[in-house]
Design a protein around this ligand. Sequence first.
Ligand SMILES: Nc1ncnc2c1ncn2[C@@H]1O[C@H](COP(=O)(O)OP(=O)(O)OP(=O)(O)O)[C@@H](O)[C@H]1O
Ligand SMILES: [Mg+2]
Length: 282
Amino acid sequence: MHAAVAYEGVGYAYPDGDGQPMWAVRGVTLTVACGEWVALVGPNGSGKSTLAKLAAGLLVPTEGKVTVCGIPTDDESRIGELRSRVAVVFQNPDNQLVAPTVEEDVAFGPENLGLAPEEIRRRVDEALRVTGLSALRDAPPHRLSGGQKQRVAIAGALAMHPEVLVLDEATAMLDPQGRREVWATVRRLHRERGMTVLFITHRLEETLAADRVVVVADGRLVASGPPREVYADPGRLEALGLDVPPVVALRERLIRRGLPLSRDVVTRDELVTALWRLWSTA
Ligand SMILES: Nc1ncnc2c1ncn2[C@@H]1O[C@H](COP(=O)(O)OP(=O)(O)OP(=O)(O)O)[C@@H](O)[C@H]1O
Ligand SMILES: [Mg+2]
């Protein structure tokens, strides 16, 4: 069984023209298993989007190797196969929309997969529905708001039925309701179809449902583990310039005030339960 995404000793330097390579990521070895949900966090400029582009084959590594479902991303003869397996949505939707209407934009990827027209129609309808875009299907994408454009980009990715979905701060512009809807849809596809998810976010509370949190800083992996493990030591994340999830920050403040709380507590429900237990045994 192949891993969903495997980075092996990966380095990437953007070409800057004057000789000295400037490494955006360096020495990254990371395996994302099929069906796994990995949250990737790190400060601005730490290399998250570069890792996303490497996973989607939009960049090929300067050193090392990236494979997606066993396909090396630098194998040009398999680029079509790669495109059918992995979809990526970035934070800036403006550069991602290509067609004259929302519907055609969402259909663009599935059409390139050579699917039957009925299948394309079915996928497009479903993707528009779950992203709340059905009423805007005939609208030209350039007239949409930022959040609406972001929904179109997400719909386009979902319509590909990818094995691996990479969301690079793809819900940053959505309103809370939209963010919840997209979140619920991606969770469902992950659960029901075993879709692998690489979820890049600055909102650390969005990482709590992940199987694993991977922290990057300065182009390198600095922590990797289940959320509970990574957030047991919030001082380390703060030192890297990352905000810890609000519940973890509150937990730490309460511990400093002398409450005997376990560092296993990471969700609001767990905090309420733990406080309730302390209160009722006091
Ligand atoms: N097109 C580019 N050309 C040259 N350097 C780049 C390019 N894109 C990114 N970089 C550099 O690579 C490094 C990593 O950038 P990257 O966009 O991967 O970071 P990021 O973690 O996604 O940041 P953010 O949280 O701001 O999105 C940064 O130092 C950045 O300046
Ligand atoms: Mg980025």
